[in-house]
Design a protein around this ligand. Structure first.
Ligand code: PLP
Length: 475
């Protein structure tokens, strides 16, 4: 493809994306293809000779397009959002075209320095105290893994990397049972193992109990184990639980344990001053992660990882072979030692485009709308006799059950699983499940830029219509 054709194809591709957004509401939210359909429709080997772009796009339309689950759909209420915005998508396209590789300062001063600036903007926007510095990771999972590696090395006096973990005291990390599975995974990779992850009991509001945390740490110390890290959640995945960071930070400080805060989803809401109380005490944390790719209009991947003392992270992850020594080293910001891969994308560009072209005020407006509509949805659930909240609403996440009289226990679980499956099959809206105290519940999570109040109300009508059909079948 020469640059003339690239120009023409590129313009048409942007038109295609705009058409996709304009027509997205007519699509099913969840793809209707069956497992294996797409693999079966594609050749088993790459072509030897070039194929025309029209032909490739025709295959995209006939084979891949039906396999899209439409995350940007205004009635996408599953998981947490992975929202996008036009300026961020343009930033992504430009970053791809520029082919920057931001591993060292001198391999892309623009990418490294813009990352420093946009992360400082974000830190201020979410009310982080002075002193935190940030980098952009691909995901919250990576940020949490880096945090646990830093915590491990700090606890081991910086000798784990050099001497290995054999014959060491067992390393311990603490998180509530509500915490995301990325903490379990990070614990495995960082050498804590499942045995080194303790789930701290939660109170009636699913918040980690600081007293129980402290008791566990004391018990582990007395038994010769090494408490290294605590992960507190602000907006855990299942029901959006928020741990009391201030009290947890006090425990961490008393015992010299590293504190990481996982605010992957809810962190974006901290741009609204009225929600910043959720992070009360965050100045006592060592690091925090949140995902602008979830709820800030920046397309995946863009995960903001803030640390109070970057030196801890660098000491844990730094490695400098001869071929990476560069003239620019130390002259400007450089993030390869804040993360796992050496190669780094120019992610700051899409963040910069989005923050500038949307503006914080509009991001706050979007988040406030989502929270207000979730509150309205919560009211509809509690006002309907056959429905009940399964947990208190958290920001724009409502967790509820279809609970007709006389159905309980396993039968109620099965009924709610059927409700979710049937709703999702229709393609009209898309919901996910969770367990609350071991019992199935339905999650409705609002977070898309294109969602309007009417979409939430339409989803509620649809859920009730499907549920009526199901309970009718049960009779
Ligand atoms: C609370 C929480 N933490 C971590 C993650 C993992 O995020 P990522 O996909 O960026 O690794 C999620 C994903 O939804 C989450 O909800």
């Amino acid at each position: 493809m020469d640059t003339d054709e690239f120009r023409q194809r590129g313009h048409a591709l942007i038109d295609r994306i705009a058409d996709y957004w304009d027509g997205i509401e007519d699509r099913p939210v969840r793809s209707k293809v069956r497992p294996g359909d797409i693999i079966a429709a594609l050749p088993a080997e790459a072509p030897e000779r070039p194929e025309g772009f029209d032909r490739i796009l025709a295959d995209f339309d006939s084979i891949l397009d039906p396999g899209l689950t439409n995350w940007a759909h205004p009635r996408f209420f599953a998981y947490f959002p992975a929202n996008i915005s036009p300026p961020a998508v343009l930033g992504e396209v430009l970053a791809a075209g520029l082919g920057q590789q931001a591993m060292l300062w001198e391999t892309s001063p623009a990418a490294n320095e813009l990352e420093a600036v946009t992360m400082a903007w974000l830190g201020k926007a979410i009310g982080l105290p002075e002193g935190f510095e940030g980098t952009i990771q691909d995901s919250a999972s990576t940020a949490t893994l880096c945090a646990l590696l830093a915590a491990r090395e700090k606890a081991l006096g910086w000798t784990g990397n050099t001497e290995g973990l054999a014959a060491r005291q067992p390393l311990m990390v603490y998180a509530s049972a509500e915490a995301h599975s990325s903490i379990d995974k990070a614990g495995r990779i960082a050498g804590f193992g499942d045995a080194g992850l303790r789930h701290v009991p939660t109170d009636a509001n699913f918040r980690m109990m600081p007293d129980a945390l402290e008791a566990m740490i004391k018990e582990d110390k007395a038994a010769g184990r090494l408490p290294a890290a605590i992960v507190a959640s602000i907006g855990a995945t299942g029901i959006g639980a928020v741990d009391p960071v201030r009290e947890i930070a006090a425990v961490a400080a008393r015992h010299g344990v590293y504190l990481h805060v996982d605010a992957a989803w809810a962190g974006s809401a901290l741009v609204c001053p009225e929600f910043q109380h959720l992070a009360d005490g965050v100045e006592g944390a060592d690091s925090l992660v949140f995902n602008p790719h979830k709820w800030m209009g920046v397309n995946f991947d863009c995960s903001a990882h803030f640390v109070k003392d970057p030196q801890i992270l660098r000491k844990a992850l730094s490695i400098l072979p001869a071929y990476l020594v560069s003239e620019g080293s130390g002259a400007g910001p450089e993030y390869r030692d804040w993360t796992i891969p050496l190669g780094r994308r120019f992610r700051a560009l899409k963040l910069w485009f989005a923050l500038r072209n949307i503006g914080l005020e509009a991001i706050r407006g979007m988040i406030r709308n989502h929270v207000a509509w979730a509150e309205e949805f919560e009211g509809l659930v509690t006002g309907e006799p056959d429905y009940a909240l399964a947990a208190p609403r958290s920001l724009a996440l409502v967790v509820f059950r279809f609970a007709p009289a006389g159905v309980d226990g396993d039968a109620l679980d099965a009924l709610n699983d059927r409700l979710i499956a049937t709703v999702n099959e229709t393609g009209f809206t898309y919901l996910t499940r969770t367990l609350v105290k071991g019992r199935v519940a339905v999650r409705l999570s609002i977070g898309n830029l294109m969602t309007e109040r009417r979409h939430v109300l339409e989803a509620w009508d649809h859920i009730r219509e499907v549920a009526r059909g199901l309970s009718g079948n049960d009779d």
